[in-house]
Design a protein around this ligand. Structure first.
Ligand SMILES: [Zn+2]
Length: 238
């Protein structure tokens, strides 16, 4: 589904720093109207998380199959959207609240990618806990503390922070719950300074683990192990 170069793109300014939305001519009309009516609500949660560096194209597809066709690698997860450096391709849910959450979540991914990708480089690898945890935190705020305790007894707890596509597909609830909790705990400790330092090191070309160590003065593996140990301990004392 290649877009013809002559098709006009609607350009939408937003209050989020550096964020300009591009809406293609073939965008689903209901979704276009929703985006235009809700620019403030869609971008307000992104304001504290830094500056976008390039416009973001919002492309709708008609079903899950059309979305899968847009992937570089096939996925087993039940995908609703794909976020890249300069675009979000999504299958819009009919429910307006679900659509708003989905768009904020995906725009949070794009914002993160634009901040951590080296100039002219490709989006670097980000562990699942960080990538999804950040987007969940931006779109939905702090996770429910009660959702943290059951994680301790998850049989794949140690695998969840770096969950691959198969594990995400098998257990999306636990993967996402862990990501939300782990990112929130990390951000509580390292804050905007940690995030800015991490992104700066990644933009210089350092992989996530090296950037993490520079920004947090701690080895990534060690941080993950200590966090998992704390979750296990907490469940025992419950
Ligand atoms: Zn996501």
């Amino acid at each position: 589904m290649q877009r013809k170069p002559c098709e006009p793109i609607q350009i939408v300014q937003t209050p989020a720093p550096g964020l300009v939305l591009h809406l293609p001519a073939d965008m689903d009309a209901v979704t276009r109207a929703f985006v235009l009516d809700n620019v403030e609500a869609l971008t307000e949660p992104l304001l504290p998380w830094g500056r976008f560096r390039q416009p973001v194209l919002l492309q709708t597809v008609a079903d899950a199959e059309a979305l899968q066709e847009r992937l570089v690698l096939p996925s087993h997860a039940e995908l609703r959207a794909i976020a890249a450096l300069d675009r979000v391709v999504f299958w819009p849910p009919a429910d307006p609240d679900a659509l708003r959450l989905l768009l904020v979540h995906e725009l949070a991914h794009v914002q993160c990618f634009q901040r951590c990708t080296p100039p002219h480089g490709r989006v670097p690898y980000l562990p699942t806990w960080f990538r999804e945890g950040l987007a969940l935190h931006v779109a939905q705020g702090r996770p429910d503390p009660l959702a943290r305790r059951p994680l301790a007894r998850h049989r794949d707890l140690a695998l969840l922070p770096n969950a691959n596509d198969a594990l995400v597909a098998r257990d999306p609830i636990a993967t996402y719950a862990l990501a939300a909790h782990m990112f929130t705990a990390w951000h509580d400790r390292f804050g905007t300074v940690g995030l800015t330092g991490l992104y700066a090191a990644m933009r210089q070309g350092h992989p996530f683990a090296t950037a993490f160590q520079r920004a947090c003065q701690q080895r990534l593996n060690e941080y993950v192990e200590l966090w998992l140990a704390a979750v296990r301990r907490e469940a025992k004392t419950a």
